[in-house]
Design a protein around this ligand. Structure first.
Ligand code: RUB
Length: 308
């Protein structure tokens, strides 16, 4: 898919989930580079900037897209001609996509060790990484039950229960309002991440913070399954994560409520670090308090030079 098609598919949620949109962004830039018609260096950089902006504007919350796009264009300005820039972008995109897919598998193996035979699990929305953990445990022969929330208004829970049922896992769909009442039966909660801030807060599908609170109250473990490219370097510098608000038509049909009634449709919410037992990443399990150190180690101290 080209950049325009990819951006449109991300906005209309044909491509959704933080990992998938990051890989799609990288792949679209690889397509942009591979099909670039000219060979003028400055024009290439200008057009690349437009392509980057188009992708970044397609959905605002998941930093995975920002990191995927920046990892793909990293070093491009150091190349001497368009041919080298194209080769670099294509290689960067491939490395990012391969690493991302490998991370999902590895997180599955690490996280599955936290699931015991007979456990009851809850998940929300549709996270490929969280489901990777659950499926891995099941494939290891563990007898598990999963409760999946519907996740109104998009009902990504329907995708989740279809995936789990196809695997043969004992799966129950619950409405979002049933979370607290069901939580007493649950041993562990596994959720994905759109963004993790430098102070260890999780930004994920709206309602995730309710799961975390209910898990805390019921003493169920709350695990976040996340590749480290969902850690946000922007939050190191004080930027707030933009919480996407989507069209009210996703919540109510036209004419269903009086025009005077306002509808608020935020798509993600923030779960404070204190409700998170561990973040399961491709670099191992870590506490939310380690996110800052991991980010700085990955980015290098130089990122602070412009500030200090
Ligand atoms: C999806 C969502 C997922 C994360 C992680 O929201 O909140 O939990 O994106 O997904 P939406 P993954 O459906 O609005 O994109 O683990 O697949 O990267």
């Amino acid at each position: 898919m080209n950049v325009d098609e990819t951006a449109a598919a991300i906005t209309d949620m044909t491509i959704r989930g933080a990992g998938k949109i990051a890989r799609a962004g990288a792949s679209a830039l690889s397509d942009f580079a591979g099909s670039y018609p000219g060979n003028d260096r400055e024009s290439f950089l200008k057009d690349l900037e437009k392509a980057k902006k188009k992708l970044l504007d397609s959905r605002p919350t998941a930093v995975s897209l920002w990191n995927g796009v920046h990892a793909t264009i990293k070093g491009v300005e150091d190349q001497k001609d368009v041919g080298e820039m194209i080769a670099l972008i294509q290689n960067n995109a491939k490395v990012f996509i391969d690493n991302s897919n490998n991370a999902v598998k590895f997180i599955g193996e690490i996280g599955a060790k936290r699931i015991k035979d007979g456990d009851v699990i809850m998940t929300t929305c549709n996270s490929s990484v969280a489901l990777g953990v659950i499926k891995t445990a099941f494939r290891q022969g563990k007898d598990i039950k999963v409760y999946a929330t519907e996740s109104r208004p998009w009902r990504q829970g329907i995708i989740t229960v279809n995936e789990l049922a196809k695997e043969g896992i004992d799966t129950t769909l619950i409405i979002d309002a049933a979370v607290r009442s069901v939580m007493k039966k649950v041993n562990e909660v596994f959720v994905g991440a759109d963004t993790i801030t430098s102070h260890g807060a999780l930004i994920n599908k709206i309602g995730t913070s309710q799961l975390a609170l209910a898990a805390h109250e019921a003493r169920a473990r709350f695990y976040v399954c996340s590749e480290t490219y969902k850690f946000s370097p922007l939050t190191l510098f004080g930027d707030m994560v933009t919480i996407e608000e989507r069209d009210i038509g996703e919540v109510v049909k036209e004419g269903e409520i009086p025009a005077s009634v306002k509808v608020f449709n935020p798509v993600f919410d923030s779960t404070p670090a204190r409700y998170i037992d561990a973040i399961i990443t491709e670099l191992g399990m870590m506490s939310p308090g380690s996110v800052y150190d991991v980010m700085v180690r990955q980015l290098g101290d130089k990122i602070f030079q412009k500030v200090i």
